[in-house]
Ligand binder design. Structure first.
Ligand SMILES: C[S@@+](CC[C@H](N)C(=O)[O-])C[C@H]1O[C@@H](n2cnc3c(N)ncnc32)[C@H](O)[C@@H]1O
Length: 260
């Protein structure tokens, strides 16, 4: 299948030599393994040779390829953690999701690529500079029409939306957002709160318990690459040791004690 002009391609020349580029016939992509000239009629899965004779495969970028290349003003959700959030909630393409904060748009880029009508992400941030970067990243790598941006302090003013499926909270004081998320969620809806420290997790869970979330669960995900070869298979020496703890819970409208 031919690559369309303007589509993103990943030129893959090995694990430490891959380049993301928008496809334009005649474009020269500069790499540390020589210049790769993009021909007319480029095919997905093509192999191209650089000016220094190295081979590059033309492949579709993964969601992680986009996230890892974002311009950043803040920390972002790492690809492994975005996968976790999608799998431990009832994420579906028509979901209505609120998030705070927009940050650099790590989560927003991926969600905007996955959502279909009437699915939407409502992304909040109190910092205009951060949100501008998140918007730019979504426009560049995601689908701008899938995200509604609100510049607003959610701890003070809450979310506008009601009956949402998922509320994603990535701020230093998530417990301040928990009551607002509760109001915004539909019955059974998921709250996901991300925090680097256990003290934050404990405070967040306390608020969640008080308000009537159930199935509360805190996890972290460790991802380690392996070297697989003829002799001496072993894990990579380097890994992302700690990103964030993720606390999940679901909203119950009536606490069990109140049910007749
Ligand atoms: C770590 S970043 C979020 C990163 C985002 N999850 C991503 O994947 O790119 C945290 C953001 O929350 C915003 N923030 C903190 N407290 C807030 C509040 N009360 N209301 C709205 N935004 C808030 C900050 O300005 C910052 O941009």
């Amino acid at each position: 299948m031919e690559v369309k002009v303007g589509e993103y391609i990943l030129l893959w020349g090995g694990p430490d030599a891959n380049y993301l580029s928008e496809y334009r016939p005649g474009k020269a992509v500069h790499s540390h393994r020589g210049i790769v000239h993009l021909p007319e009629g480029l095919l997905w899965g093509d192999a191209l040779r650089s000016s220094t004779g190295r081979v590059f495969y033309v492949i579709r970028p993964s969601n992680a390829d986009f996230v890892l290349r974002l311009r950043r003003k803040t920390n972002i959700f790492y690809p492994k953690d975005i996968g976790l959030v999608l799998m431990l909630t009832d994420f579906h393409p028509k979901a209505r999701i609120v998030e705070v904060g927009s940050g650099s748009g790590g989560m927003a880029v991926v969600l905007s690529r996955l959502l279909v009508e009437p699915g939407k992400l409502y992304s909040y941030d109190v910092n205009a500079r951060h949100q501008r970067v998140a918007k730019e990243n979504v426009s560049k790598y995601g689908r701008a029409e899938k995200v509604i941006w609100h510049l607003r302090d959610v701890a003070k003013c809450g979310f506008w939306e009601r009956e949402v499926d998922i509320a994603i909270v990535d701020v230093p004081e998530p417990w301040e957002i928990v009551p607002h998320a509760f109001r915004s969620l539909k019955g059974g809806g998921f709250l996901v709160a991300a925090s680097p420290n256990v003290e934050q997790v404990k405070e967040t869970r306390k608020r969640m318990n008080e308000l009537g979330f159930f199935g509360i669960r805190t996890v972290e995900l460790l991802l380690r690459d392996w070297h697989i070869r003829e002799v001496g298979c072993r894990p990579d020496h380097r890994m992302q040791g700690h990103t964030l703890f993720y606390t999940f819970g679901r909203k119950v409208i009536r606490k069990a004690a109140a049910v007749k």
